[in-house]
Design a protein around this ligand. Structure first.
Ligand code: MCA
Ligand code: AMP
Length: 506
């Protein structure tokens, strides 16, 4: 058997059933399998197995993205999906770190990647030349592909941390299978489901929770190329969807769109949304007022769950049973969880502490960072999440991050230190501090206080442009404030809560 994930086996039993409604067209499982086989054949050329070679993917959400990744898996490689919105410099850094043998890129983005790929000796392939669209599935071709061990690296996703530049999180076929298996069971996915993807495909949320679960269930997945609030409401109204998953910012934007719509449209949207079986929220804390407004309009109480790139989903409210607002539920199947105090010992029930998790869904390593990988595990294989939680009779509550330097904006994790490093590289900036300021739409609003060089006042607009040329859009400070000096303590260390106060109240 050469299938890296059970989802291939499931797909083989459903070759004539509809799998994807994507921007490129509508496809059945046979099309997916056939196209993935075509990609794998092209990747292998005259080799028997890619042996975990990295293959980067710079392709917008759709059929091509999915078949490229499935093809990489069939050939025994590790897929490295990159964010399509990232600027060239950030993409080049990711390529340098991931060290892939090739990058498969959408033809419209190819010019952006060629200089960096050429400098790094990475082969560039346009997906428009290589991904065969909608060909017929040939079961006889199965024997052409390698037998891929479950411990083989399958997916590398970049995540920000407290130590500078983003790190590659390596998941294996086994850890992805464990994640998909747990969610299929807990949220009772079935072949009758129809999910809508509006999330980017460089995170676990969109990749695993929506796309791989839908395919793993033999269900149907509709894919929008990007989030658009009115379009999502229309799809909810007309597409007979059953499952929708998003970050709290998306639910907030959907509620704002609903408020602005005329009554007849609202009525259509509301009735469509009522017909789904499950709405899930995660990746950041769900404000209770968003949960309540959503329930008032659609009749559905959002199911909030908690996860992380390194571990997949750890905690979830129940599918059936009471979902208590402000709580993220209990451990998912296969996940062990504990709460630990400063001394490393488990705290009594109800006492706040760090959430630590263990189980088959956890990542294998930070790519080429053995010390950081080791440091993130406590003895006994417990992963330190860095999140402060408390266990209550109604499930876990997430109290916040332990580090002030990790922010969440619109569901994107951002390192304040990474942005500060880029700002300090600007000739007009002598010092700076980046903070997250509570925001009703974004969760954290990324804000920067900067001190100019030699009494110069840098222009906030050009500083934002400077950051935007080097980092992804969500890392660009939405506000930049020029100050004489940063608030510091007697030891000269910047006091971030005081920096945050500079932005609060307007
Ligand atoms: C876009 N902008 C943002 C963000 N996204 N600003 C702050 N934070 C963001 N996340 C800026 C743009 O630069 C632009 O700025 C303006 O907002 C409008 O951009 P646009 O692209 O139109 O915005 P949007 O389409 O409304 O995008 C917002 C979004 C998107 C849909 C919420 O950020 C998104 O898809 N987020 C989800 C990310 C995700 O999947 N996270 C999961 C990771 P300007 O106007 O200045 O040009 S966590 C995870 O995977 C774990 C395992 C878990 O638990 O789930
Ligand atoms: P990422 O590293 O981008 O996968 O983001 C994972 C982080 O998102 C977690 O460590 C939490 O800080 C946060 N997170 C995910 N889900 C929730 C939730 N339901 N409530 C609060 N924080 C969450």
């Amino acid at each position: 058997m050469s299938s890296p994930l059970p989802l291939f086996e499931r797909a083989r039993t459903r070759v004539n059933e509809e799998a994807l409604r994507a921007p490129e067209g509508t496809y059945c499982y046979g099309n997916l399998l056939a196209s993935a086989a075509g990609v794998a054949t092209a990747l292998l050329a005259d080799r028997a197995d890619l042996e975990e070679a990295r293959v980067a993917v710079l392709v917008p959400p759709g059929f091509t993205w999915l078949t490229t990744v499935l093809g990489i898996w069939r050939a025994g490689g590790m897929a490295v999906p990159l964010p399509v919105a990232a600027p060239d410099i950030e993409l080049a850094r990711a390529l340098e770190d991931a060290d892939p043998e090739a990058i498969w890129v959408d033809s419209e983005m190819i010019d952006r990647i060629v200089p960096a790929a050429a400098a790094l000796g990475i082969a560039v392939h346009s997906t428009s030349e290589l991904v065969p669209l909608a060909t017929a599935y040939d079961p006889g071709a199965e024997g052409l592909f390698p037998i891929v061990p479950q411990e083989r690296g399958a997916l590398m996703l970049y995540t920000s941390g407290t130590t500078g530049r983003p790190k590659g999180v390596v998941h294996t076929h086994a850890s992805l299978s464990a994640q998909v298996g747990a969610l299929l069971e807990a949220w009772r996915w079935s072949a009758e489901d129809h999910a809508l993807l509006v999330l980017p495909l460089h995170h676990v949320h969109g990749i695993v929770n929506v796309v791989l679960c839908a395919i793993g269930a033999g269900a149907r997945c509709s894919i929008l190329p990007r989030f658009d609030a009115a379009e999502v409401w229309e799809r909810l109204a007309t597409d007979r969807l059953t499952v929708f998953m998003a970050v709290p910012t998306i639910y907030t934007k959907l509620l704002n769109e609903y408020e602005c719509a005329e009554e007849a449209r609202r009525e259509r949207w509301r009735r469509g949304a009522e017909g789904l079986r499950l709405f899930v929220s995660g990746s950041a804390a769900l404000p209770v007022r968003v949960l309540e407004s959503w329930e008032k309009i659609t009749g559905h109480r959002l199911l909030e769950r908690y996860g992380m790139t390194e571990i997949g989903m750890a905690l979830s409210n129940p599918l059936l049973g009471t979902r208590v607002p402000g709580h993220v539920g209990t451990a998912l199947p296969g996940m062990e969880v504990r709460v630990v105090g400063e001394d490393g010992a488990t705290v009594p029930h109800g006492v706040p502490g760090e959430l630590q998790v263990r189980g088959p869904a956890l990542f294998r390593e930070y790519w080429r960072k053995p010390d950081e990988t080791a440091a993130t595990f406590a003895s006994g294989g417990w992963f330190r999440t860095g999140d402060e939680v408390a266990e209550t009779p109604s499930g876990f509550r997430v109290l916040g991050r332990r580090s002030v330097d990790i922010l969440k904006t619109g569901g994107e994790k951002v390192s304040a230190l990474e942005i500060e490093e880029v700002l300090r590289g600007h000739p007009d900036v002598s010092d700076c501090a980046v903070v997250g300021v509570p925001d009703p739409v974004w969760g954290d609003r990324v804000c920067a206080a900067v001190v100019g060089t030699r009494g110069q006042a840098p222009d906030p607009g050009s500083l934002r442009t400077w950051v935007g040329e080097r980092l992804s859009p969500w890392k660009v400070p939405r506000e930049v404030l020029v100050v004489e000096a940063l608030p510091a303590n007697v030891l000269g260390k910047v006091v971030k809560p005081e920096v945050r106060r500079l932005f609060e109240g307007g």
